[in-house]
Design a protein around this ligand. Structure first.
Ligand code: PGA
Length: 241
């Protein structure tokens, strides 16, 4: 794993944007894996600014998001579909029909998981997957204990994950208790992974990621077995390393 240390969240976002823009500009078509949460918001802001200033086009981009909450419609302000529209898709020239997010409203959730996994495969897999990391080591919504062999699947969210995400909802009771997430094996099939980490709340997670063994009780540890991972982390996240 290659580690790039940067001073702060802004620099993490700028570096990540440069990397992603380089990828988009250098190929006729690119399939991106995208993440939600607080971490990639700055990256998306940088992409939007670059799109306006330098004209980088996303017409050749397909995207697959990591996950979506169960029970939130596309219109729900807390759905990841809305997050992506608000923070990125509505501000660049990507075609919405080339963007993909699991449906948390599917009648048959297992079918939806299979459909999503197949869709990624049919698209030829993911060229560059953007990831954040949870304090408990989750990637996507793959909580500790998730099989490394897992494909896209339905998950029960850990209490700590619901607490961490409660800041976006009016109360913790509103935070969905389940989600659909790309699995660990789905993520590991990506040809390249860009892991973004910022802030002191991720110190312990970074220490475990870099120093502990590869174990399903700390899902992000599997990234040590991937041949093309770049971590862009700020100083606060690397204090214990
Ligand atoms: P965050 O979440 O970006 O909001 O810190 C990261 C994650 O849970 O994967």
């Amino acid at each position: 794993m290659k580690i790039i240390e940067v001073s702060d969240y802004k620099q993490m976002s700028v570096k990540a944007a440069q990397h992603l823009i380089g990828k988009v500009r250098s190929a006729d078509s690119v399939t991106l894996g995208l993440a939600t949460g607080g971490t990639p918001k700055g990256l998306y802001g940088e992409l939007i600014e670059d799109h306006h200033v330098n004209g980088t086009s996303y017409k050749c981009v397909n995207s697959f998001n990591l996950d979506e909450y169960i029970g939130l419609s596309k219109e729900d302000p807390n759905s990841y579909f809305q997050y992506m529209c608000t923070n990125l898709f509505s501000h660049i020239d990507i075609s919405l029909e080339n963007t993909h997010i699991p449906s948390g409203m599917a009648v048959n959730l297992q079918e939806e998981c299979n459909r999503y996994e197949n869709l990624i495969e049919q698209a030829g897999g993911i060229d560059l997957q953007v990831l954040g990391i949870g304090e408990n080591g989750h990637i996507g919504f793959n909580e500790p204990g998730t099989s490394f062999q897992s494909g896209t699947h339905l998950v029960d969210l850990a209490d700590s994950t619901r607490e961490a995400n409660a800041r976006y909802f009016s109360s913790i009771d509103e935070v969905p208790s389940q989600a659909i997430t790309m699995g660990i094996s789905t993520i590991m099939k990506s040809r390249e992974i860009l892991l973004l980490v910022s802030g002191s709340s991720k110190q312990e997670a970074m220490k475990k990621l870099l120093e502990n063994e590869v174990t399903e009780s700390f899902p992000a540890s599997i990234l040590r077995n991937h041949h093309n991972v770049t971590i862009i982390a700020d100083k606060d996240a690397l204090t214990l390393v």
